[in-house]
Design a binder for this molecule. Structure first.
Ligand SMILES: Nc1ncnc2c1ncn2[C@@H]1O[C@H](COP(=O)(O)OP(=O)(O)O)[C@@H](O)[C@H]1O
Ligand SMILES: [Mg+2]
Length: 373
């Protein structure tokens, strides 16, 4: 597989790379403490370097997501037998669950090149044309943040996805001319954290629409073991469990935690890493026993202490927390909901008895009823 990184500036994250690992940085604009980089949804430059070396290349090494993997195993085998491109794929789910990795794995398994870009990177028609004209049969065009495609770009993509043609227009007004160019049969893989913001018209053009799930503790444990061995750090089995439990069901976060534990053990001169050392390292970074960070806990405190457990709207929580509601919805909430701390109701977010217990708050009688039913 060859990787052609185009428009790399839009995949880059200049703001985050300069921050020290695990430090609480201050945003210069509002002077509010920002999310610890360790649990941030953003990819730092350190992550990018690390992720390149840690990314599994083949489906067999891609841990978890077994339902998706079996779909891909079958479809890739079928496409290869027919010497055809794989149908277009839309991957969605919270950051760090392995969407970009899966796109690379699919390209690799197909023996194809992958061209990488992002929704905002395809602002002008010529951005798309410049990209698609390099495609060969079976190649993968990966569009990250596909929900941010401009209307023009999206409309150019429809015939490209459906009929493998692209319409070029030249001239203006009455002199406008359209030319239809054929494209090789390629596979578009789109990724997004916001499936709801992908238009129906675009979504309907994907053969596979796949949701990535949070990883189980066991699956995350396998990722922790793999990363530790690739980084050359010895981690005892009980420490693997501790790291996995705090990895928030998310490989990117689990990998960051392994990196932190490695640094901590080197600093302390202790190897192999045992459970006490792993717990001490992660507590220093304010990640609690089940992977909640200070912002998660603050969110639960606001729900419980300020708004009596809810229901309360996400915008109100966001304003009280000083975070934007998009980040809350895409990054924090999915995990809190999955863990059963928060429920989404038509009237707003509600804290569950599990959240009260986790924060050591007495459970109000109304919530007790909830627990009993
Ligand atoms: N299924 C997996 N098995 C092993 N490692 C994984 C898996 N999914 C993700 N990772 C690791 O987590 C990192 C982040 O995954 P990535 O694909 O960039 O997430 P996303 O694109 O969904 O934000 C990758 O670099 C890779 O090292
Ligand atoms: Mg990605």
């Amino acid at each position: 597989m060859t990787i052609i990184p185009s428009f790399s500036e839009s995949l880059d994250d200049p703001g985050q790379g300069s921050q020290g690992t695990g430090t609480v940085s201050k945003s210069s604009r509002d002077n509010k403490p920002r999310r610890l980089e360790v649990l941030s949804d953003k990819q730092s430059r350190l992550d990018q370097n690390l992720e390149l070396s840690l990314r599994p290349q083949i489906l067999r090494d891609y841990i978890g997501q077994s339902r998706l993997k079996s779909i891909f195993e079958m479809s890739i085998a079928a496409a290869k037998t027919r010497s055809e491109a794989l149908d277009h794929v839309l991957l969605y789910g919270p950051p760090g669950l392995g969407k970009t990795t899966l796109a690379h794995v699919v390209a690799h398994e197909m023996g194809a090149k992958i061209f990488m870009t992002t929704g905002p990177g395809l602002e002008r028609p010529r951005d798309i044309i410049g990209l698609v004209h390099q495609l060969e049969v079976g190649d993968v065009l990966f569009i990250d943040e596909i929900h941010r495609l401009s209307r023009v770009a999206e409309e150019l993509l429809y015939p490209a996805m459906e009929d493998f043609v692209i319409d070029l227009t030249s001239g203006k007004g009455q002199a406008t001319r359209t030319m239809r160019l054929p494209l090789p049969k390629f596979t578009l893989i789109g990724a997004t954290t916001k499936a709801g913001m992908v238009s129906n018209a675009l979504r309907d053009r994907f053969g596979f629409v796949c949701r990535l799930e949070f990883y189980s503790d066991e699956e995350l444990g396998m990722i922790v073991r793999r990363t530790a061995s690739l980084l050359g750090v010895q981690v005892k089995e009980e420490a693997v469990k501790i790291i996995a439990l705090r990895g928030r069901g998310t490989p990117r976060i689990a990998n960051r935690l392994v990196r932190l534990v490695r640094d901590f053990s080197q600093y302390k001169g202790i190897s192999p890493v045992d459970d006490a050392l792993a717990a001490e390292a992660l507590e220093a970074y304010q990640v609690d026993a089940i992977g909640l960070d200070p912002t998660d806990r603050r969110l639960l405190e606001i729900l419980i202490d300020t708004y009596s457990g809810g229901p309360v709207g996400i915008d109100t929580i966001a304003a009280t927390l000083g975070e934007d509601s998009d980040t809350l919805e895409d990054v924090y909430e999915p995990f809190l909901i999955q863990k059963g701390f928060v429920q989404r109701t038509p009237r707003g977010r509600v804290a569950t008895p599990i959240a009260y217990k986790h924060l050591n708050r007495p459970i109000p009688s109304m919530q007790l009823n909830l627990e009993l039913t």
